[in-house]
Design a protein around this ligand. Sequence first.
Ligand SMILES: Nc1ncnc2c1ncn2[C@@H]1O[C@H](COP(=O)(O)OP(=O)(O)O)[C@@H](O)[C@H]1O
Ligand SMILES: [Mg+2]
Length: 377
Amino acid sequence: MNPFRRESDRLTPTGAESPTAVPAHHERLSVGSESDNAESLVKRESTSLRPAVRHLYLMGMSAIIASRSMQRVMEKVEKVARTDSTVLIGGESGVGKELIARAIHHYSPRRERPFVDLNCAAFPENLIESELFGYEKGAFSGADNVKLGMFETASGGTLFLDEIGELDTRMQPKLLRVLDGYPYYRLGGARKVQSTARVVTATNAGLEDAVRRGRFRSDLYHRLDAIQLHVPPLRERIEDIGPLCELFLQSTGCSLREDAVALLQDYSWPGNIRELRNVLNKAVVFAEGTELTPADLPADIRGKTAPTSGYSLERIEEQTILRALDQTGGHQQKAADILGISRRTLIRKLKTYGSVRTHGGASHSAGRGKSGPGVGL
Ligand SMILES: Nc1ncnc2c1ncn2[C@@H]1O[C@H](COP(=O)(O)OP(=O)(O)O)[C@@H](O)[C@H]1O
Ligand SMILES: [Mg+2]
């Protein structure tokens, strides 16, 4: 599997993703004067108290910017984009760091050049060097052709290094040299290559901590730290939740009942927007009608707490069973059919979890282990 993607690999935007398809319960103020091939911007506002909801279209990805805190992040993005400075984007997993990296590229004068992304955690140590710097034909056995490194592929554009904290310690000084403007060699090469890529990085863990533990070089950290952008967790920007739900549901024909939205706004979202998207996807699959209600949401969200010890396989299984029972109004055979198991297995599993009860909507969350705040995924 190729753990990185280049822009050219991405799908061409489709009409379904177009911002004009955004559900219309906000009043439209103005329609994208900034529109062009790559982006359209729709500014809408339902009341004068609510900030305008921005729907951006960033290189094949839709982005909702509704909360004030995200609007402030975007203001910084637009300023930072004009510079060539290295940027470090921080924030929990699933908050939209990659999206922000794309926004930086999109608003920069480099936008017509490539955006190349590499997840430092996804590469074995021995491969990352050739991925970044490329190699010459014959550099090592198996090097049958010249291979451009990502710095070269992103030439004149943006190189996004995700999960930079995971970068192998032997690679860190090499990256620092390139960031400091020194040329490098392709593996096995004799010709100097000068990078013209702008480097944007992201981390979901405190890099300072990695520096203290000697896992990340402090000189590289300070080089990357030149400009930091922090993307807040979803629980701190609940104004984004409604518009995000509209975006994720727009092609499904489903909508959310108001009390379901309220539950989503109360939840702690340890997995942030990625988790919200998954919850809605699952709810749509299992829902019987087109209006999603609290019963269509996982027990953790209905109970307003997240599990205290991560998502164990058992717990996920239990929740899936309880959700299926919700969907079928407590009908065990129908729930077993949905899950592809026998009714006997379903009953046995419920007994194992201590979840035996007469089924009917809200009772499923009763007696469940719910305590403590959300945990990071
Ligand atoms: N502002 C946003 N509007 C719409 N979708 C978003 C937004 N931010 C993140 N997403 C979606 O949430 C998921 C996680 O975002 P991503 O940028 O990969 O997060 P991170 O890199 O912080 O883990 C992706 O599917 C992304 O498209
Ligand atoms: Mg990411």
